[in-house]
Write a protein that binds this ligand. Structure first.
Ligand SMILES: [Ca+2]
Ligand SMILES: [Ca+2]
Length: 355
């Protein structure tokens, strides 16, 4: 699958380089399904660390959380310990570091059954007063096809390498497509426009943590070995849609044949072998690992990724992914964003250690 990407990627990378020279916002220039990163905000480097360090949730006394063990493990499944093949020796997008396949041993752990929904995130915000980074920055990236003409007319900055991503003032988790949108009829959809820092804060508040990339991929595979998708190798077995991705021509035409042109409820489609929903498609999901594209083929146990880095790993692809542009709705696929980035197709779910 890399062939159709290569010329586009090369062009995007050239444009990216020119953009960086111009000091403008940066996007990760691979095959187009990745989100715009924050980078042009001069305050971004010091912003998120300090913002989190002094945020209410970071300083909240443990005793005030009133979280019981039963609440922590509500809506989670306990995955068995095991060994699996992480990554693939047949990478569709080699530059993402999908290969090599390597044996990974994992301890048993809990995984959220669903992506974190707007409803769940609203509880967190109500309890802690958490203000997301998109709200602090005052904007977030939104897919152009979802923005009203009114909002669009006020945007004068675009990202040349990925023109379908527009920085929209007032876009945040409560207003996913900008100020004139809301989530009142989407409370059971995945929360969007949450940065890695926001996602980490939520999981900590819930008595959980973000999954490692290895845990996420193990969970995605649902007990199957070396399959592309959580259910097997065929995207639509017997014609059935099993995930929320893009049908039609990206980025101009989304037929919504799977039932959704945007996000779906977190409960939509079928669960995988571990009882987990929407591991691929719907919203991208943050993991705790720093991004790196070089992996040892050695067998490892409970890997946690590099000790430091610039970007965090996200997994699973989103409703915006199409095979022609972003064939990343596979368990081995991966992409990355800076920890303070947010966008209209990026969410998360939490994990928890079993002991
Ligand atoms: Ca769809
Ligand atoms: Ca997902």
């Amino acid at each position: 699958m890399p062939a159709p990407c290569m010329s586009v990627c090369w062009s995007l990378q050239l444009v990216l380089f020119l953009l960086q020279l111009l000091g403008q916002r940066k996007v990760l220039a691979d095959c187009g399904c990745n989100d715009a990163n924050r980078g042009g905000h001069s305050e971004s480097t010091s912003h998120h660390g300090a913002a989190f360090k002094y945020s209410r949730e970071a300083n909240e006394p443990e005793s005030s959380k009133k979280t019981t063990q039963a609440q922590v493990y509500d809506q989670m499944v306990l995955l068995p310990s095991g060994v699996f093949s992480m990554g693939t020796n047949e990478p569709a997008i080699p530059q993402d570091g999908e290969s090599p396949a390597r044996r990974v041993n994992l301890d048993s752990f809990y995984m959220d059954i669903y992506e974190v929904s707007n409803k769940e995130f609203a509880k967190f915000v109500k309890a802690t007063g958490h203000v997301t980074e998109a709200e602090k920055f005052g904007d977030s990236f939104v897919f152009e096809g979802l923005i009203s003409e009114d909002v669009k007319s006020n945007i004068h900055q675009a990202v040349a390498a990925a023109p379908w991503w527009l920085p929209v003032k007032g876009a945040n988790w409560r207003h996913p497509e900008g100020p004139d949108s809301n989530i009142s009829d989407r409370m059971d959809h995945p929360v969007l426009h949450v940065s890695w820092n926001d996602a980490s804060a939520f999981c900590k508040w819930a008595g959980k943590r973000l999954p490692t990339e290895a845990e996420w991929e193990y969970a995605c595979r649902g007990g199957l070995e070396n399959r592309l998708f959580p259910w097997g190798n065929k995207l639509q077995p017997k014609g059935e849609h099993l995930a929320n991705v893009w049908q039609g021509e990206f980025p101009t035409q989304n037929t919504g044949e799977d039932g959704y042109v945007q996000t779906s409820p977190v409960t939509a489609f079928s669960a995988n072998g571990y009882g987990l929903y929407n591991m691929v498609g719907n919203a991208w999901e943050w993991t705790s690992d720093w991004w790196n594209t070089h992996h040892t083929a050695d067998e490892t146990t409970n890997p946690k990724g590099p000790s430091s880095g610039k970007d965090k790993v996200k997994k699973g692809g989103s409703y915006m992914c199409h095979k022609s542009y972003c064939y990343r709705y596979r368990c081995a696929a991966r992409s990355q964003n800076t920890p303070d980035s947010s966008a209209s197709n990026l969410g998360f779910r939490c994990a928890a250690s079993a002991v």
